[in-house]
Design a protein around this ligand. Sequence first.
Ligand code: PMV
Length: 320
Amino acid sequence: MQGTAIAQPNIALIKYWGKRDVERNLPAVGSISVTLRELYTRMRVEFDESLGADTLTVNEAPDEIMLPRLASCLDEVAGVDRPRARIASTCNFPIAAGLASSASAFAAVTVAAAEAAGKTFDIDTLSSLAGRASGSAARSILGGFVELQNCDDAIRCRTIKDAGDWPLSVVVAITEKGPKAVGSTEAMEISRRTSPFYSSWVEQQQEDLDTARSAIAERDFEKLASIAEHNCLKMHSIMWASRPPMVYWNAATMRCLQTVRQLQGEGIGVFFTIDAGPQVKAVCLPEHVDVVEASLRSTAGVADVMTTGLGEGARLEEGA
Ligand code: PMV
């Protein structure tokens, strides 16, 4: 009645922003991401008939904040009449700060809960279950370059290139360690309802997905850089033009973008992307990772830098 799984967060290069079905948490657009290697969430789920309520610890401290969402994820995986569970999460990077901690958390808990419940699911079912809890978590079920497609009434995730076939690096510049002010679910709904740019975002997404997919197939870094930066800035433009406006950036975020532009001017293979938070993720060619890391580290306002390669999808932990 227990299972332990590990999952890595993923960073979207072509973003998911907006839901077409809030109830079932279905995204309005497809997306393409890379699963990371060095950052992880480990989730242990133990069902216990003698427990009166679900419990959660995050890095060994009791936590009430994530518990309701994790508990409903367990209901989806194991059924509402499941025994109560002891959930223990460990995470080696800041939580809820725009570093996709929900993606790795919900991918890991889905796989761990299926094991604890003695259920075997195929990849599509695991992605859909994780995606119901957090849209981006569906992509962390898989490794490498992952595309999430919107199908008729569901989602479908596929690895479109393995991590080893194009081993890019990602340098994450942390400009603020605290949790973000507005969660992505709420922010997406504000965008959908109020941003004048939202409908063109949805209309243009297929074109951006097609461009990124072919850039990845051809391993064309310049082409991927150009479409990923464009797609990221479009997503943030939607947020800026919403009412109330949502600006996740701080001054250091902007300085990191200038650092990336300067490196690009020097011929370094790097591009930026930013999610619903102030951190800047710089995707780069592995031969340029040292200079990218050093430049971001010395950018004013950067509190910390984490460097990672691309990794595999969520999996059960051996021997746990
Ligand atoms: O999965 P959520 O609800 O945390 O939404 C994630 C949204 C972005 O990170 C901003 C974009 C993405 O595709 O991951």
